[in-house]
Design a protein around this ligand. Sequence first.
Ligand code: KIV
Length: 263
Amino acid sequence: MKPTTLANLSQLKKEKRKFATITAYDASFAHLFAEQGINVILIGDSLGMTVQGHDSTLPVTVEDISYHTRSVRTGAPLAFLVADMPFMSYATPEQSFENAAALMRAGANMVKIEGGDWLCDTVKMLTERAVPVCGHLGLTPQSVNVLGGYKVQGRSDDAAQKLLNDAIALEKAGMQLLVLECIPVELAKRVTDALEIPVIGIGAGNMTDGQILVMHDALGITAKPPKFAKDFLKETGNIRDAIRLYIEQVESGAYPDQAHSFN
Ligand code: KIV
């Protein structure tokens, strides 16, 4: 078995083969997910809600993500790990160098940052300094106070065009992976088709190259799950089969269906 790389993900996009990814925060789940065939794991700042019990991701620190990244790396030594840069840890390119370095030292293969074309300089500078960057557009939870809640984004023509322009600008700046969260299916398809890099959706329909779910949503643990979330444990009765079903349904395009998407 070899470690998963960005080149593997690009190849999947070229071959139009969809792939499933998931969040994990500890070694045991990371190990189980990798064992079932998950090759890309996000140490998301969603841990602020799922693990720490806050009502947003804002209280999460670089130390928190580093700690959980080290744990996940121990459980899944060959997985491609994307570590979230928490709120305000990349407000300036200089801050982002130090904080990204901490996450890479903890075992990440890539860092993820939320936002549009204002991040182009940061993406360019991080990439030049050997830190691969994943973007995150659409519903960006760190901006919940600006967005006025966890709402579907990119519904108007102007908002959709802005999101597409941001994605193209970030790719030009060096972004190598993109997460699209809570946007209409049609817009997610436009962005996925426009970019050469792999695009991963969450609440963005089944036309993206890959999917991601917060593990607590996929296993029915979240008290009030979002519309796009599906409880794979309910159908299968055990965690290993639940993850295998998630992977199968992503790869076949069966998940997310209309009922778990926004039009
Ligand atoms: O923090 C997280 O888990 C995320 C996913 C929702 C993509 O950013």
